[in-house]
Design a protein around this ligand. Structure first.
Ligand code: ARG
Length: 476
């Protein structure tokens, strides 16, 4: 590979056309390279143009621009937009970013009226606006996708409301639970994720336009008008805050990080559940891949990738906190570094949510296997202790001890608890009766757990209906 040229060469080119009035020379090549953001912020073209249209309308309404210039600007902006969308637009690194690329082309198209668009505006309030608009749409789309994930989880929970599986703590068999109940736990997590997104959207939905560079504008502008036209709740109250704030990016990445963490837990469970020693579920051909060497393999790559992408999403959150830490007011070019992590994290999260939704819809449980594992390893021991409390009146601590002794006996014989004879049980606690055997099945164990939020199949059936109402607006 050719070695990167690190020699610092001063460009002889002309000064920058957009701001080079006091300059006699253009920037060094390396300056241009480190400064330009067009490679990634071109993605904001639609928001940039929408913001410019609203700004132009406001300038006309306030008598700052003539109606004729306003019309020319809007016509030109539409043309720029269609050039970009048809792939005809030539983006230029010399023009640094999306704002200058659009404005330069606009002026080329309509002449001097194009140069009037930037009245009472700066790229500082412009970029804050563009990202807010972009992120607002992204948040709305993600929230709808998370709702789809909840719907998939709820549908499967209904199907598996009475399917018994082992519940784990420390990944050790703890007590029998229902698969439906397990899936509904994720519905709650995703519900909180959605509410965090809505929450950050609400705080984000203020317009920075009108702050201009940082101090506001001497022109008789009306920031309320642009805010309203662009669907914001209100203009931002403080111009310095308007151009220096990136809370919305940080908050989104915080919410995205936690969402990704939740998805990674489900992804990890899917990976475990479809491993050969578990065999709790199977994924179809649609969500597995084969091995190049081992013909028998079906690897859950999508789940592994959803688990792995947390790294870049949390990394983006850390990157943003690090960029913003200690930045003096107001705008600093450091803040241009917010976009790549933001875009990357948002893209990764959308992919993860879609993949997890697909896998939840795709997976097929293996109820026989789940039940067999749930019944092993004395998972109903707590039911025996609870029976001793309820029927014999033992204090729980003593019941725990008696049950422990019985588990020890059964383990020594290599049998399940219900395979101990009544005589063997009574040798440990004489008040035990034949009725005890009724609580020593996994079915009885889950059916008994009808307390609020518990795993009983009747609870799960009801929880499914409630979840539909709470999260899907009852719509199926
Ligand atoms: N490309 C810049 C960014 O992403 C836009 C704002 C530039 N402002 C400035 N004064 N250079 O942050």
């Amino acid at each position: 590979m050719a070695r990167q040229k690190t020699r610092i060469r001063k460009a002889k080119a002309d000064p920058n056309a957009m701001w080079g009035g006091r300059y006699s020379l253009g920037p060094a090549e390396i300056m241009e390279k480190i400064n330009a953001s067009i490679d990634f912020d071109r993605r904001l073209y639609a928001q940039d143009i929408a913001g410019s249209m609203a700004h132009a309308d406001m300038l006309v309404a306030q008598g700052i621009l003539t109606a004729k210039d306003g019309q020319a600007i809007k016509r030109g902006l539409k043309q720029v937009r269609s050039e970009i969308e048809s792939g005809k637009f030539r983006f230029s690194t010399k023009l640094e970013d999306i704002h200058f690329n659009v404005e330069a082309r606009l002026t080329a198209l309509i002449g001097s009226a194009g140069g009037r668009l930037h009245t009472a505006r700066s790229r500082n309030d412009q970029i804050a606006l563009d990202v807010r608009l972009w992120l607002r749409d992204t948040v709305d789309r993600l929230e709808a996708m998370l709702r789809d994930l909840q719907k998939a989880l709820i549908d499967r929970a209904e199907e598996y409301a009475a399917t018994i599986m082992p519940g784990f703590t420390h990944l050790q068999t703890a007590q029998p639970i229902t698969f439906g109940h397990h899936l509904l736990a994720y519905v709650e997590m995703v519900g909180r994720d959605r509410s965090r997104l809505r929450d950050c959207r609400e705080r984000m939905n203020e317009s920075p336009l009108g702050a201009a560079a940082l101090a506001g504008s001497p022109h008789p502008i009306d920031p309320r008008k642009t805010a309203k036209a662009l669907g914001f709740d209100r203009p931002m109250a403080n111009s310095l805050d308007a151009v220096s704030d990136r809370d919305y990016v940080v908050e989104f990445l915080g919410a995205a990080s936690l969402t990704a963490v939740h998805l990674s837990r489900l992804a990890e469970e899917i990976v475990i559940w479809c491993s050969a020693p578990f065999r709790f579920i199977a994924l179809s051909d649609a969500f597995t891949t084969g091995s190049s060497i081992m013909p028998q393999k079906r690897n859950p790559d999508a789940a592994e990738l959803a688990r792995g992408k947390v790294g870049r999403i949390v990394g983006a959150f850390v990157a943003l906190c690090t960029i913003m830490k200690g930045l003096p007011l107001t705008y600093g070019k450091d803040m241009q570094e917010d976009k790549e992590p933001l875009f990357d994290a948002a893209d990764a999260l959308e992919l993860c949510v879609a993949a997890m939704t697909g896998m939840v819809r795709d997976l097929k449980a293996n109820p026989e296997r789940m039940r067999a594992v749930a019944a092993a390893d004395y998972s109903v021991a707590t039911d025996l202790a609870d029976w001793l409390v309820r029927t014999v009146g033992l204090p729980f601590r003593q019941a725990h001890h008696v049950t422990g002794t019985l588990v020890g006996k059964a383990a020594a014989k290599g049998v399940d608890l219900d395979k101990l004879s009544l005589a063997e049980m009574q040798a440990v606690e004489p008040r035990i009766t034949r009725a005890v055997y009724r609580v020593l099945t996994v079915e009885a164990s889950v059916a008994a757990r009808k307390s609020l939020g518990g795993t009983a199949p009747v609870n799960v059936a009801r929880a499914v209906e409630e979840a539909r109402r709470r999260f899907l607006g009852s719509g199926r």
